[in-house]
Design a protein. Sequence first.
Length: 216
Amino acid sequence: MAVAGEMGKLGAMNNARQRPVYIAMAVLLVVWLTAWIGYRLAGQAKVTPERLSAYTQGLDLNQLSATERAKALKRLAEMLNQLGWEERRKARLQRKTDRVFEQMTDQEKGDFIDATLPTGFKQMLTSFEQLPEDKRRRAITNSLDRLRKVRDGDLPPAEASNRPPVLSPELQKRMFSTGLKTFYQQSSAQTKAEVAPLLEEMQRAMESGRFFQNRP
């Protein structure tokens, strides 16, 4: 009996010593599971061009109430803003939001454009207008050329050469004659949407220093 009692005491002591280890292991397991679940949820929530396309294809503003329209457009702007730079540029060029954009009112179009232009855009316009005219023209021409190459990159040369310009000659002429800042301020929401890829490309070029280089 004495031996059994001593054995019981030893077992209890061992359990007491191991209890913190078990607790630590349980805590680590909970932390790992929480991190794994968070990672999976983040991956599922990540915005991709495919998810953006699926969202726009399934969205019909004309079937929504005013409150539902506002929520849907806010979500669309958030999705576009969450895309990476290259994905965002391609989404603009491929006009993935055009179908929904055409259903918007003029006020909604203006709000959507303002919500999806990059941070610092207005400062870019001001800085751009302070450049010499030759640098402004070269910057616009080079940015248009880069956008065309991105848009036509996956096409055969013959097909790419037959596509219309990224920006119509009329809008290019207006942009050169009135100045970029004035042109933007006087443009309709529809025109702003058309030139959005160019404006974003120009801002990117200015931030990277390409505006001050002599080649595209």
